[in-house]
Design a protein around this ligand. Structure first.
Ligand SMILES: *[C@@H]1O[C@H](CO)[C@@H](O)[C@H](O)[C@H]1NC(C)=O
Ligand SMILES: *[C@@H]1O[C@H](CO)[C@@H](O)[C@H](O)[C@H]1NC(C)=O
Length: 280
């Protein structure tokens, strides 16, 4: 009887781990871009065999921002997040989590946050502000026995900066290597702000994100020339943020891969500057 219960328990735990790992693979927090099945498939293997670093899913993040790296199905024991910097061979410690202690590795002091949740198997961390040299592969790893629970490749991007005054129009650049001969009903692309859809064109239909209806547009005539730039009318303060454009069914990244829109309230700025400048 007892062994039946423990087998059932193991099964439950086993299932729990694999579904948690799928969550990890499918999304670092805030992620909404879908990733190919190949990645998910490797996830189902992982509680038997550790991932190889090459399977790590790529997560773009901007300089200066924070990113949460999920590790939700970890073992209940000493765990380490380690990091292999792009174009370097050596693993470095990001943070060691052991007996309630949190020890950040060199270069990560004051930048790694670990929130102990009710779930002791949750070894997710938040890293920020992200530096350019944070780019590389991150692994969440149990120390005894040696086992890897999640991995992700951080790609640190320096966003292209665009400025607009409150209430004015602005164009956010995006170039894509679209098939010149594309039929209009084959044209697929979308713009996202902070990972939420702003503008989506698919099957000859355009849909808008909340607050962007009738304020954003892309010239569909220009698309076969590779120009997917987004025009925003009557810029609002809430438009400030990071924009990304992806195209084709495979969701290829446009160029530049990330655009930061900075909306300035000139009235406020004038007020601030009036003491020090007379050129306004
Ligand atoms: C694990 O922790 C992270 C960060 O602290 C949190 O965002 C996430 O929701 C937690 N997951 C679960 C399943 O509790
Ligand atoms: C927006 O631009 C202003 C002026 O250059 C700058 O002071 C401010 O820090 C920027 N804000 C953000 C969030 O980048």
């Amino acid at each position: 009887m007892r062994s039946i219960i423990s087998i059932a328990l193991c099964l439950m735990i086993g299932l729990g781990v694999s579904s948690a790992q799928n969550v990890v693979l499918n999304g670092v927090v805030g992620e909404s871009v879908a990733f190919p099945d190949a990645v998910k498939k490797s996830g189902t293997l992982t509680h038997k065999a550790p991932f190889s670093s090459s399977s790590a899913r790529t997560r773009p993040v901007s300089l200066g921002q924070s990113v949460t790296l999920l590790c939700e199905g970890a073992a209940n024991g000493p765990t380490e997040w380690r990091f292999k910097q792009q174009q370097h061979d050596q693993w470095q410690s990001v943070v060691a989590l052991q007996d309630g202690g949190v020890s950040p590795g060199p270069g990560f002091e004051e930048r790694v946050k670990f929130v102990r949740t009710e779930n002791p198997r949750n070894c997710s961390i938040t890293l920020g502000p992200v530096e350019f040299t944070d780019g590389g592969v991150y692994e969440c790893k149990a120390l005894h026995p040696d086992r890897i629970f999640s991995d992700v490749r951080l790609e640190v991007l320096d966003p292209f900066q665009v400025f607009v005054e409150l209430g004015q129009s602005v164009s956010l650049p995006c170039r894509g290597n679209i098939n010149k001969q594309i039929r209009s009903d084959e044209l697929h692309f979308r713009w996202q702000k902070d990972r939420q859809d702003v503008y989506k064109h698919q099957n000859s239909k355009t849909t808008y994100g909340p607050g962007f209806e009738n304020r954003v547009s892309v010239s569909l005539d220009r698309a076969p020339h590779g120009d997917l730039s987004l025009t925003i009318k009557e810029a609002r303060l809430s438009d400030q943020g990071e924009y990304q454009c992806v195209y084709n069914i495979q969701k290829e990244n446009g160029q530049p891969p990330l655009v930061h829109l900075n909306v300035t309230d000139l009235q406020k700025l004038e007020h601030k500057l009036s003491g020090e400048a007379s050129c306004f």
